[in-house]
Write a protein of this length. Structure first.
Ligand code: PSV
Ligand code: MN
Ligand code: MN
Length: 393
């Protein structure tokens, strides 16, 4: 694809202007592996400063107007005050992520723990997260359970599913209005023999049992190598059960590297399914979130880069000549169909995105503008003793 036709260009720019990407509060804090956390200067010391960083990302990209919170990492006394602060900064509070994986009580699991008292404590936290959603005005409760077992025979797989069902039912029953429960799955880690919600099929089955406001979240780093992620996207879209994404990229397992860094072609294929189902627009309801940790690279800049990576993949997906693709598919032209897709993927969309930003009143080069802004130098001077994001704490 060399030139972009004017009508295509108008359509693509309109869709990109509408796109929304949510950034995670924990991406701005210190993080690391279980071997080492490398502390960086200028990282946020509290949830307010994380929000200030998220607002900075939005200021330079124009498409990241909300920030996801993780409780208790982002616990504050008054969430309405936090929401007001976010608004003042030009962003909103987004998804509330529950955390039932960092307490000694959860050694044998949280909501699937054999001990009813531990299960009660975990469910209490889920319900508290819905209270927080009420205060922040957040729509989505995102649940990821580290629950599972390390050894065959350690616990009953079936009973753990029963306990999971009971907990999910209680959390779901607490939702009101347009609130949703987003269930995330992950193949393994920290459990290594059996995970209670290991895959999209398990998450999907639980969501179907719960009701329409229960939806599956796809964390792009949570699959076995070689998994066809866009198939999962297509299946869940068809079933009306795709609630959102945790975008990141992986070379090995749950690496949490910048989205689009390891496999930009996969990201394009995912966005192609989204665009094909007309599911990009915010009114469709999919939450496009990042879930990343920036262990060695500067954090705010890495989040800006990640937002741009999602935008680039989306722009390419929007450029797919759908009529030519359908015609090739109908006539069984295998290579013709593939060429249509590759043509869009191989288009350099960076000039188009620069034009988009200029039209939106932004600097066409968000990374360069951020670097020139002196924000990092300013927060480095102001913030001493930044906090750990939560991982490896
Ligand atoms: C688990 O690996 C996970 O992907 C979940 O979304 C957690 O909430 C998140 O990481 C925290 O980084
Ligand atoms: Mn995740
Ligand atoms: Mn993860």
């Amino acid at each position: 694809m060399t030139d972009i036709a004017p009508t295509t260009r108008t359509r693509v720019l309109a869709a990109l202007r509408e796109q929304r990407i949510e950034t995670p509060s924990w991406a701005y804090g210190n993080s690391g592996t279980r071997f080492k956390v490398f502390r960086q200067e200028g990282v946020p010391r509290d949830p307010y400063e994380k929000i200030a960083d998220a607002a900075t990302v939005h200021r330079f990209t124009g498409v990241a107007p909300t920030v996801a919170l993780h409780i208790p990492w982002d616990r504050v006394d008054d969430y309405a005050v936090l929401a007001a602060y976010a608004k003042e900064q030009g962003v909103g509070l987004g998804t509330i992520n529950a955390n039932v994986f960092q307490d000694d009580d959860y050694r044998l699991g949280s909501v699937t723990n054999p001990d009813p008292a531990v299960r009660r404590k975990a469910i209490g936290h889920l319900l508290e997260c819905v209270d927080i959603m009420d205060a922040t005005g957040s729509r989505d409760l995102k649940l990821w359970f580290s629950d599972g077992t390390n050894y065959p025979g350690q616990d009953s797989i079936r009973q753990r599913q029963d306990r999971l069902t009971a907990a999910l039912r209680e959390a779901y029953g607490r939702l009101t209005g347009d609130q949703r429960l987003l269930l995330e799955y992950k193949l393994f880690e920290p459990a290594f023999y059996m995970t209670d919600v290991p895959d999209w099929g398990t998450a999907y089955a639980h969501c179907v049992e719960l009701g329409e406001r229960a939806q599956v979240v796809i964390d792009t780093g949570h699959h076995a190598p070689g998994t066809n992620v866009e198939f999962i996207v297509a299946f869940l879209l068809r079933a009306g059960r795709l609630g959102g994404f945790d975008f990141n990229s992986r070379f090995y397992a749950d690496d949490d590297l910048m989205v689009g860094a390891a496999n930009p072609f996969e990201l394009f294929r995912v966005m192609h399914e989204i665009v094909g189902a007309d599911a990009l627009r915010p009114t469709y309801g999919i939450a496009f979130m990042l879930d990343q940790c920036h262990n060695i690279e500067p954090k705010v800049e890495a989040v800006i880069r990640s937002v741009l990576n999602v935008q680039e993949a989306t722009a390419k997906a929007l450029l797919v000549d759908v009529e030519a693709l359908a015609a090739a598919q109908r006539s069984g032209d295998v290579l013709g169909a593939n060429a249509v897709l590759m043509d869009a993927y191989n288009t350099d969309v960076r000039p188009l995105l620069r034009d988009l930003r200029t039209e939106m009143g932004l600097d066409p080069d968000p990374v360069g503008a951020y670097r020139r802004s002196g924000y990092l130098e300013k927060v480095r001077a102001e913030r001493v003793g930044g906090e750990q994001a939560g991982w490896g704490a």
